[in-house]
Design a protein around this ligand. Sequence first.
Ligand code: NAP
Length: 492
Amino acid sequence: MKVVLNLAKKEQKALFVIFGGTGDLAQRKLYPALFDLYKRGYLKKHFAVIGTARRPWSNGYYRDVVRSSIDGMVNSQSQIDEFASHFYYQSHNVNDVDHYETLRVLADKLDQDYGLEGNRLYYLAMSPSFFGTICEHLKSQGLTKTTGYNRVIIEKPFGHDYASAKKLNDEISKYFPEEATFRIDHYLGKEMIQNIMALRFGNSILSAIWNNKMISNIQVTLSESLGVEERGGYYDTAGALRDMVQNHILQIVALLVMDRPDSYCAKDVRKRKVETFKALKIYSPKEVAQNFVRGQYGAGKDMVAYREESMIAPDSMTETFVAGKLEVDNCDMAGVPIYIRTGKRLATKATRIDIVFKKDDDSLFGGQGLADNILTINVEPDTGIDFTLNTKKIGQEFATRQTNIGYRLTKEQVAKVPEAYERLILNALQGNSVNFTHWDELEYSWKFVDAIRNAWDQEDLPVDYFPNYACGTMGPQASDELLAKAGHHWIF
Ligand code: NAP
């Protein structure tokens, strides 16, 4: 694999147009990410940001909002003043065509003032129902008629099933080609998720054993300790399957089981991911019942049940937990069960991957039983890798014990790790889409998820089926039973 490392710390010249500039995502993630890029020298003199939304804010007020969103990250007053001076606010209703003319005039002026060479990045931090309209008007009102690049960054959710995702994609792709469309999955911007490829393809000892002869099963857990918080309105229409499995979990699974790409570039990595998604077995309703488990949290100590959360119907049948067994029919991994699990109000907040290897023959040790060899990739909050081996128990007798070889990023290293949004925005500026989701990956992942959703929708569950797990546990018992059927158990 030829590794193409884009380490050039080159200043990026661009205009950012942030639709939804007054919103939560912009304030909590985007402005801090832009500031980090500024501190690291990727953004210097030649950048400008237009924040747009309907609220009639002034530039001064907008800059104060930006300042407060990066409070605590700043080294000096002059640094924050200089950074904030690049931000401009334009009140704009995305449905109003005339507003794009005002936006174009401002964009052209900033392009001249800051020497941006016509490079534009449109960040759609808004409801996807507006994406088609925005893309259409950016094109029709001439905002994209520049000498530089015009790229669009899109947030999740990308549709709620295959049909709606395709419709959305058709609307966007009329105006922005695939190579100019950057669909964010922020898990792909996480340090330890990006480490999967380094581990798998940078170590001969691992690539040699990364197959169905040596791997017993793979486990991916994305567990959250929080409930739905203030996202109830959206979450109740989505559920854990659409909110977490269709995107983050399937992307992680693809990185774990895909064949080795020819190079570390978007085209080759995407090719392998798409092959993996195509090889993912789509289940019949009967197979869904055998291989998938859903749950909804009930009340716990000082915590209300999902059905008592604000904006949630008291008889909601939305799942807040999913566990499943996936099968990928590619030659190296055929037959290896891939267990996935995600849920809210679970015992702890953690993202981790456990690769469980097949046990060795223990006859040499008198059949005393050997522990599993497990490679654990701790994504968060712990950041590092564990590998468990069997070693000799200290003492006269010849017995084995499980020993862990662990690697953790130090505090200093963790401090240097770029935030997912910072990394992904830089990738988009560089035109590097290796860590973004492409349409064909989405297409197959939605088809896989739709089969499960449709099977569930056909089941006539009684209202009292939920809740079926208590806050602070690791989900319903059926999730443990799913693995037990195959003689496996959750490692975490
Ligand atoms: P939000 O806080 O509700 O922000 C929505 C933004 O859209 C606001 O700035 C709002 O400003 C603007 N807006 C609404 N209607 C408009 C219109 N007709 N014309 C112009 N502007 C309009 O939502 P958010 O949490 O930032 O999320 C934005 C998108 O990112 C959503 O698709 C969400 O699913 C996704 N996302 C968010 C997060 C997160 O952490 N927040 C994480 C992942 C994905 P005005 O009211 O002033 O117009």
